[in-house]
Design a binder for this molecule. Structure first.
Ligand SMILES: [Fe+2]
Ligand SMILES: [Fe+2]
Length: 292
């Protein structure tokens, strides 16, 4: 049996959990909520700001094929994927509102809500792109986020980062669900006849561009934050992030997707998913009281 056809096990039906996190009132004195780490605080803020509009675009890319998805199992997985991504966007928006109040200027840029004129403009651009290309972009982004999620959930160093506990909870929940649905967009792309050539070519953009682009955005975000103007500290923290468990070796890991025939389930995360499902939502799960 080829790996791409094997059972999806723990990731068979991603479950949309309705969450409500309790972010405290913004404290301007505690702007760098990843304790004392200016670079990590800005990096997490920027990633959080990008999630809602990104995830809404991912949902639209899959919906463009909703009438072509006939397999009942895939249909159910798509419903779970959409439910999870919609909830991620909603909860990250709550955090992003707090970040904006704390003075994270760049977080404002992608913070447009549904039905806004900016969103309508994004949708018009998306509709100019062939639907399969849009979906290939989603499949690539999903592999990227699944890779980051795996790193977050397997690294004791990242789990031990001192900082705002509710941000930590939000990221762990989001990371778990990214692993639960990591292959859904990919499988829709295959089911609707997406080619390997397009899939791999589309990944080249985030593969080569994501780290330079995000680094530039973090630098700009810190430049706009006078409380972060400590160049030596920032340079040291930037080196620590680049050499640390989140980023070191990330490009090579993301690059596994460039191999012809690759499937997200080739990277076995089932035991990891089960572990975190128990940890967060098991009988004594840490986040049970955040489920609505
Ligand atoms: Fe997500
Ligand atoms: Fe996702």
């Amino acid at each position: 049996m080829s790996t791409s056809l094997k059972s999806h096990g723990a990731t068979a039906y991603p479950k949309a959990r309705r969450m409500r996190f309790r972010f405290g009132a913004p404290d301007p004195k505690n702007r760098h909520y990843v304790q004392g780490d200016i670079v990590m605080s800005h990096l997490v803020a920027l990633l959080s700001s990008a999630f809602p509009p990104g995830e809404e675009s991912f949902i639209r890319s899959v919906r463009r094929f909703s009438d072509r998805i006939t397999d009942p199992v895939l249909k159910k997985r798509v419903a779970g994927f959409i439910g999870q991504e919609a909830m991620h966007g909603q909860q990250h928006r709550e955090l992003n509102d707090q970040l904006i109040r704390m003075g994270y200027t760049l977080v404002r840029i992608p913070a447009f809500g549904a039905d806004s004129r900016r969103e309508q403009a994004v949708i018009r651009v998306e509709n100019l792109i062939p639907a399969r290309l849009h979906l290939a972009g989603t499949a690539a982004a999903e592999h990227y986020t699944a890779t980051l999620a795996r790193r977050l959930l397997t690294s004791p160093e990242l789990q031990a980062l001192p900082g705002d506990p509710e941000v930590h909870n939000l990221l762990n929940w989001h990371a778990l669900e990214e692993l639960e649905h990591k292959a859904v967009a990919f499988d829709v792309y295959r089911a609707v006849g997406g080619t390997e050539r397009m899939r791999i070519t589309v990944m080249l953009l985030p593969y080569l561009g994501a780290i330079p682009l995000v680094s530039l955005a973090v630098a700009l975000s810190i430049a706009l934050d006078p409380s972060g103007w400590h160049p030596i500290e920032v340079a040291r923290q930037a080196v620590d992030v680049l050499r640390g468990p989140l980023v070191k070796g990330l490009t090579a890991e993301v690059g596994e997707y460039l191999r012809p025939g690759f499937h997200p389930d080739d990277i076995d995360t089932e035991a990891l998913v089960r572990h975190w499902q128990r940890e967060l939502f098991g009988a004594d799960g840490e986040l049970l009281d955040r489920v609505r």
